[in-house]
Design a protein around this ligand. Structure first.
Ligand code: NAD
Ligand code: UDP
Length: 313
């Protein structure tokens, strides 16, 4: 039995779907803060799949062999909505999951993030870079929460021999991102499809590296199942780096939109550059992304197009 927390969210729902396809039994746990039952509706009738509405801040019991801890709002708009709760989700949530792993003798994988590098002074980011994080800013509830969760993972491993794995996920996109979650991929695609202004924050020179969801899920599963005893942390992301202003132009081109680009103020502590060094994942997991940006975006645009037309929930 495999437990996926945050399983009704964007990444979690793809992970549940993949695990069910591979014949696993899956418990999906989610408080439905940013996730939705629509994301997993196609799995609900499967006898190997069960959904439990639960908040990981509270203790959870089940007999499981693997735990993927993906529960946490991931977009700045949502994680800043209730910053105190976000920090609790990362810290109390992982403590509950680590205690469950210990009780069951389960392996636990934490979905950490490139945000642990903050606004990085080293580029591209390697796992041995300790980061440049503001501890008291508006992004800190997320960044520091995820950093503390990594600390707790490694302390359980050292002190109690807990079987851990840590992945650091860089910006990932694809179908089932929430339409309203404020992230750049969903914002730009929805704005373009509606022919509304495309909102570039700052001058758009800040960069991100976008990974398609299928590639990311491959990497997460490889990390969980690697037999080398490799615990991480390991970067998972695409190395193709794009300035946000260029990204806006690509979306306009791919959608054939009439939208105009407008600028809005850059949010506080917005990282100026981000690109993973994935040589560790290549070496230890034989993993590298295979979906090129434009082809991943085409699938994502098709999803949002159908969603806006009401063809999918
Ligand atoms: P998402 O918001 O779609 O999914 C998060 C899920 O967790 C949602 O279903 C939400 O309802 C659930 N959740 C939130 N708080 C919870 C709580 N206290 N108890 C139970 N469930 C809770 O976001 P996502 O993009 O799918 O991200 C999933 C995980 O991957 C997160 O931990 C995020 O930090 C991490 N991550 C994602 C990205 C990315 O680019 N998508 C990048 C880095 C890290
Ligand atoms: N961004 C933007 N317009 C938007 C949403 C985001 O220009 O409508 C920018 C944002 O300032 C950041 C980048 O796009 O520089 C990625 O933002 P996102 O919220 O997707 O992810 P994160 O900042 O957490 O990487």
């Amino acid at each position: 039995m495999i437990l996926v927390t945050g399983g009704a969210g964007f990444l979690g729902s793809h992970l549940c779907e993949r695990l069910i396809k591979e014949g696993e039994k899956v418990i999906c746990l989610d408080n439905l803060f940013t996730g939705s039952k629509a994301n997993i509706s196609h799995l609900l009738s499967d006898k190997n799949f069960s959904f439990v509405q639960h908040d990981i801040i509270e203790v959870f019991s089940a007999d499981v062999k693997k735990i993927y801890n993906f529960a946490c709002p991931a977009s700045p708009v949502h994680y800043q909505f209730d910053a105190i709760k976000t920090l609790k989700t990362s810290v109390f949530g992982i403590e509950n999951m680590l205690n469950l792993a210990e009780k069951c003798g389960a392996r636990i994988l934490q979905a950490s993030t490139s945000e642990v590098y903050g606004d990085p002074a080293v580029h591209p980011q390697r796992e041995d870079y300790w980061g440049n994080v503001n501890p008291i800013g508006i992004r800190s509830c997320y960044d520091e929460g995820k950093r503390a969760a990594e600390t707790l993972m490694f302390d359980y491993h050292r002190q109690r021999n807990t079987d851990i794995r840590v992945i650091r996920i860089f910006n990932t996109y694809g179908p089932r991102m929430a339409e309203n979650d404020g992230r750049v991929v969903s914002n730009f695609i929805v704005q373009a499809l509606k022919n509304e202004n495309i909102t570039v924050y700052g001058d758009g020179s800040q960069t991100r590296s976008f990974c398609y969801v299928d590639d990311l899920i491959d990497g997460a599963i490889k990390m969980m199942n690697n037999k080398k005893g490799f615990i991480g942390p390991v970067n998972l992301g695409n190395t193709a780096e794009t300035p946000i202003i260029e990204f806006a132009k690509i979306i306009i081109e791919l959608t054939g939109s009439k939208s105009k680009i407008v600028t809005k103020p850059l949010p506080q502590d917005d990282p100026t550059q981000r690109r993973p060094d994935i040589s560790l994942a290549e070496k230890m997991l034989d993993w590298r992304p295979s979906v090129e940006l434009r082809s991943g975006l085409e699938k994502t645009i098709e999803y949002f197009d159908r969603k806006l037309k009401g063809e999918i929930k």
